[in-house]
Ligand binder design. Structure first.
Ligand code: IPE
Ligand code: IPE
Ligand code: MG
Length: 238
């Protein structure tokens, strides 16, 4: 079982348009899939589930859609807090959260605080997040450490960079899922997915079910993760 699964929840807009609705309705239905997958992940013992909910680039969408998404976010986080508590799920967030509308950030912080002692699974929302943004922020932090004389440039290694990222306290995801048939990363966890297994499915996010999640897990379990070694070396290390 992967400890950490990351998902690019894509296809809400197309789901709605195919049905003759506004794109925002697709986002609203996407919440059902979030609920189902969060439950499934906790049930099978995944420890960390990271969901890409809003990217740095998504700020360039029509303002109307952004507003609808932000409202949906506040509303959903508020209404799901009880369920998170009941299911022992801790909510956390990564991204440039200061860019979110104040009401959104406040609700987020409230639920993050309320669920902080839950320990069955950690649900991480990537909001106003992009992999390059995080790497740049981390680089700034490291540069400041060097400038202040607390860090020697020669001592900068993977751990130093890891620890400077928003994702510092999580293990790297072993499995990355993207729905909607697109086969790209769209600036998600660039550093962290160095050795993640990719699972792409044509299913649009609002249609994604627990069974689709299990299918992705089975796909992952049938991969041979070699980390640069030869196939023959693998049994000896596992
Ligand atoms: C994913 O669905 C949700 C967000 C990016 C917020 P989209 O809104 O990207 O849906 P498509 O890709 O246009 O169908
Ligand atoms: C990626 O989806 C971001 C999220 C799922 C939040 P997009 O729909 O924004 O990605 P592109 O534009 O198709 O690459
Ligand atoms: Mg999309």
């Amino acid at each position: 079982m992967p400890r950490h699964v990351a998902i690019i929840m894509d296809g809400n807009g197309r789901w709605a348009l195919q049905k003759g609705h506004l794109r925002s309705l697709g986002h609203a239905h996407g919440v059902d899939a979030v609920r189902a997958v969060t439950e499934a992940a906790a049930e099978v013992g995944v420890e960390y589930l990271t969901l890409y909910a809003f990217s740095t680039e998504n700020w360039r969408r029509p303002q109307e859609e952004i507003n609808a998404l932000m409202e949906l976010l506040v509303h959903t986080i508020k209404s799901e807090t009880d369920t998170l508590m009941k299911n022992g799920i801790k909510l956390e967030a990564i991204g440039n959260l200061e860019q979110l509308p104040e009401s959104c950030n406040n609700q987020l912080m409230e639920t993050v605080h309320a669920t902080r002692n839950n320990n069955r699974m950690t649900l991480i929302l990537a909001l106003s997040y992009s992999g390059r943004w995080d790497i740049i922020e981390a680089t700034r932090k490291i540069a400041r450490e060097v400038k202040s004389g607390n860090l020697n440039p020669e001592d900068i290694d993977e751990d130093v960079l890891n620890n400077a990222l928003n994702t510092a306290r999580y293990p790297n995801p072993e499995l990355l899922i993207r729905t909607s048939g697109e086969q790209r990363i769209s600036n998600f966890l660039l550093w962290e997915i160095a050795y993640a297994e990719m699972h792409f499915t044509p299913v649009l996010w609002p249609d994604f079910t627990k069974d689709d999640f299990y299918t992705a897990l089975l796909d992952y379990q049938n991969r041979e993760r070699r980390f640069g070694l030869t196939g023959a070396q693998i049994p000896s290390i596992s």
